[in-house]
Design a protein around this ligand. Structure first.
Ligand SMILES: Nc1ncnc2c1ncn2[C@@H]1O[C@H](COP(=O)(O)OP(=O)(O)OP(=O)(O)O)[C@@H](O)[C@H]1O
Ligand SMILES: [Mg+2]
Length: 232
């Protein structure tokens, strides 16, 4: 834990993309701090850079300038191995379109992140514990009956719950969600938000991107991205 209690901290993040001749400056100096137990919603118009920011915070992308700190440590100074560990263990991602693997069943999709860094022997030793944890998560998410289904046999809301289970598998310090309800009708989306609220109540730190203010209001704190910066 860093001295100031922040898990994730972004300082002066700038990011631009080159499209042919034109350069689009998406983020123009974003400062942001995520504390243990936070539930933050990031809102902003389409194209305002919400996904870009979330990807940078989760080390799926790198800023042009600026620093992302996790527990006070500068992510840009981590080795490739350190970054993989960070992505796999410290953050959990939930995406709008679920990104589940159709070849695997629901239980396997959930425990996949726990296999990622294990040797064959390591897996053999831990698989019972890992599968039990995945089954517990599925029970918590109301999906026990679906454990052996393939993702394509599920509804959108069920798929998103599987994706949440996968994101939680390795007990991440921060859950990062990009439009987690964006592909769902409002009632199903509310169910997903309920899960987020309960997870947060139990201590899970969450940062969620949405363009829907009604959804953002469920969070404890709202951050608005406009013109490449955070506006209050
Ligand atoms: N890989 C890329 N190459 C070029 N431009 C990109 C790339 N990724 C994003 N952009 C541009 O950066 C801007 C911000 O994109 P981003 O996806 O972060 O926005 P967003 O706020 O998440 O939008 P939405 O609400 O539509 O998801 C957009 O103008 C987009 O076209
Ligand atoms: Mg986006």
């Amino acid at each position: 834990m860093s001295k100031d209690n922040f898990i994730l901290k972004a300082e002066g993040i700038c990011k631009s993309y080159r499209m042919g001749q034109a350069e689009v400056q998406v983020l123009k100096g974003v400062d942001l701090a995520v504390k243990e137990g936070d539930f933050i919603a990031v809102i902003g118009a389409s194209g305002s850079g919400k996904s870009t920011l979330l990807h940078i915070l989760g080390a799926l992308d790198t800023p042009d300038t600026g620093i992302v700190r996790f527990d006070g440590r500068d992510l840009s100074r981590q080795s490739a191995r350190g970054l993989n560990r960070f992505r796999n263990k410290m953050v959990g991602f939930v995406f709008q379109f679920y990104h589940l693997l159709d070849e695997l069943n629901v239980l396997e999709n959930v425990f996949l992140p726990a296999m990622a860094d294990k040797s064959v022997i390591g897996w053999l030793v831990s698989r019972r514990r890992v599968k039990n944890r995945a089954a517990d998560l599925l029970a918590q998410l109301g999906l026990s009956e679906r454990a052996n289904h393939k993702p394509y046999q599920l509804s959108g809301g069920e798929r998103q719950r599987v994706a949440i289970g996968r994101a939680l598998m390795n007990e991440p310090r921060v859950l990062l969600a990009d439009e987690p309800t964006g592909n769902l009708d409002s009632e199903t989306g509310n169910g997903i938000l309920k899960i987020f609220e309960e997870l947060n109540k139990a201590g899970q730190t969450i940062m969620m991107v949405t363009h829907d203010e009604r959804i953002a209001r469920k969070a404890k704190r709202i951050i608005t991205l406009a013109d490449g910066k955070i506006s209050d």
